[in-house]
Write a protein that binds this ligand. Structure first.
Ligand code: SAH
Ligand code: MG
Length: 196
């Protein structure tokens, strides 16, 4: 069992330092999916401070997570948290830009939760690491409700570009015949793509 005090502290740290960790709703769904589908080997793109990786390991003792983070401060914080929860043997943390990382293993689940404009690149880079019938889950598909807005109503240019990218990624998933994708409003919106 995970120490709830450590989890609480991670959440407080995330709030105080503007680290966008998963919402409780999204987390709840993800953990249930892992349990119901007996997922054992997970690749996560976007560790932040290790919160979601640690939570996923909490589902069962034989779950392993490989997770990638490019921000040094967050990576260092993740190392600390993984040590505190004694999950060093089960969480493999890679400090690099995911677009430079090559992994050889196969995973039952690939969880994409990094730079939202790069979702398609992450998807295409790592799908060869998915087991047959594996799942790719992408977080923040609604991006705080902005994706359902008319892009003209979004004042910042960067944000408009980002929302456009997320919409394009959605179309990419919808048109991808190799996967069956469900779009959920859970948490901040999640895409669940199951390989046919
Ligand atoms: N999954 C975490 C939250 C991740 S926040 C949780 O729920 O607990 C997204 C993280 O992705 C950020 O820390 C950011 O630094 C990282 N990131 C963004 N683009 C990346 C990339 N190309 N490679 C590696 N990490 C990336
Ligand atoms: Mg997220």
């Amino acid at each position: 069992m995970l120490n709830s005090d450590i989890i609480k502290k991670m959440k407080t740290y995330a709030k105080d330092n503007n680290v966008p960790i998963m919402t409780d709703g999204g987390m709840h769904y993800l953990l249930r999916y892992i349990k119901q589908n007996k997922i054992k080997n997970i690749l996560e793109v976007g560790t932040a401070i290790g919160y979601s990786a640690i939570m996923m390991c909490g589902v069962a003792d034989d779950i392993k997570v490989t997770t990638i983070e490019r921000d040094e401060k967050r990576y260092l914080e993740a190392i600390k948290n993984i040590k505190k929860t004694q999950l060093e043997d089960r969480i493999h943390l890679i400090y690099n830009d995911a677009l430079n990382v090559k992994v050889e293993e196969k995973y039952d689940l690939i969880f994409i939760d990094a730079a939202k404009a790069q979702n398609r690149k992450f998807f295409e880079r790592f799908e060869r690491n998915l087991v047959p019938n594996g799942t790719i889950i992408t977080d923040n598909m609604n991006f705080h409700g902005l994706v359902d807005k008319d892009v003209e109503d979004i004042s910042s240019r960067n944000l408009r570009q980002l929302v456009k990218k997320i919409k394009e990624y959605r179309v990419f998933l919808e048109n991808n015949r190799e996967y069956e994708t469900d779009f959920l409003d859970t948490g901040d919106g999640m895409a669940v793509s199951v390989k046919k």
